[in-house]
Write a protein that binds this ligand. Structure first.
Ligand code: SF4
Ligand code: MG
Length: 346
């Protein structure tokens, strides 16, 4: 499909010029129409920062220092998101791109019925609408996410965690957005509930035709739902490939380690190993590859030269391989001859 969200060379700093931490480092990523894109990596790698920066929701002291973000709507109109005025942003937010924030299910107001909260959300964007009509719409939104409309009269504490999370998804879908970003939407839920929610999101995406960015530290969950997965480490993407490709044949040593640190929801069991070492201190990144201190394959060049995210020239699967990007010297076409064939990391 054609691009709907194009992020190019996006960088974000926290703190002040002299003493800033570079939390996003030149990230480029494209979301295509109708696609479910998974964004994975350990906490602190920049996944949420990327989502919030790309939607202008980055809280201070986060500061976008370079890059661009473009949104293309269904009619092919392309918007420069970082240059939108506040008024334009207010008009487009939730309509172009909607977000389910991390921990959102706990942000429902305990003293109001969920129906009222959904209706208020709708009315905030449709000032002309009558309350009765907003309640009707709230009812159909609830039904859409698999909750009986009778529950509109419930208070949040009367709903299970999974139902509260579904309410948040229903609210995000109220204005029929073209992109739905979800930050750790199932992290607080048990495995059975995680699975149900993931299946429902996949189903809604089919029916409503929106694109999804699904953020999680649990890459095994993404194998279930994502078409494509981008793996982040130390503020940048280290691998970007089809979900199946990542699962079958991870190219970056960190992707491989991440896959082996979560039990798969289905398919053959993998030996769980965890990832040795700790994520890097973003304030003191080593020169060269940021994963080098934890990487079993590190070479001399890794400690000196930071690998760029490039399309892999290796492999024989044509277009799919060509669309695959990896940031690792093992797969650098320029030095592939020097290192021989990359190891099988699956
Ligand atoms: Fe490991 Fe080197 Fe690849 Fe970094 S560039 S992941 S250190 S092999
Ligand atoms: Mg996060």
């Amino acid at each position: 499909g054609e691009p709907v969200l194009e992020i190019e060379n996006l960088s974000v700093d926290y703190g002040y010029v002299d003493d800033a931490t570079h939390v996003l480092r030149d990230v480029s990523l494209t979301l295509h129409r109708g696609e479910v894109l998974g964004l994975a990596g350990e906490s602190g790698c920049g996944k949420s920062t990327l989502a919030y920066a790309a939607t202008r929701l980055l809280p201070p002291p986060g500061l976008i220092t370079s890059g661009s973000v473009h949104f293309t709507d269904r009619d092919g109109r392309r918007t420069d998101v970082l240059r939108q005025s506040d008024a334009e942003l207010r008009a487009s937010r939730w309509r172009d791109t909607a977000i389910v924030f991390q921990g959102a299910m706990n942000s429902l107001n305990p003293v109001y019925r969920v129906g009222r909260q959904i209706a208020d959300g709708i009315l905030a964007h449709r000032p002309g609408m009558r309350r009765r009509e907003a309640w009707d719409q709230a009812a159909s939104l609830l039904e859409m996410v698999g909750i009986n409309a009778d529950r509109l009269r419930d208070f949040p504490h009367q709903l299970s965690g999974g139902m509260r999370q579904r309410v948040m998804i229903a609210m995000a879908l109220a204005l029929d957005p073209q992109v739905l970003i979800m930050d750790e939407p199932t992290t607080a839920l048990d495995v059975v509930m995680q699975r149900q929610i993931v299946e429902e999101i996949a189903d809604l995406r089919q029916r409503l035709g929106f694109s999804v960015v699904f953020i999680t530290h649990d890459v095994s969950l993404l194998i279930e739902i994502a078409d494509r997965i981008a793996i982040m480490y130390a503020g940048d993407i280290v691998e970007d490939a089809g979900a199946e490709e990542i699962y079958r044949r991870p190219r970056h040593p960190y992707s491989s380690a991440l896959l082996h640190s979560f039990p798969p929801l289905r398919g053959e069991r993998r030996e769980l190993t965890g990832i040795p070492g700790a994520p890097p201190d973003m304030h003191r990144l080593p020169p060269g590859c940021p994963f080098a201190p934890r990487c079993a394959h590190a070479m001399d060049v890794c400690r000196e030269v930071r690998p760029g995210l490039t399309a892999t020239a290796l492999g024989d699967r044509g277009a799919q391989e060509a669309a695959r990007r990896v940031a690792c010297h093992l797969h650098d076409p320029a030095s592939a001859g020097a290192h021989g064939l990359p190891p099988d990391l699956s």
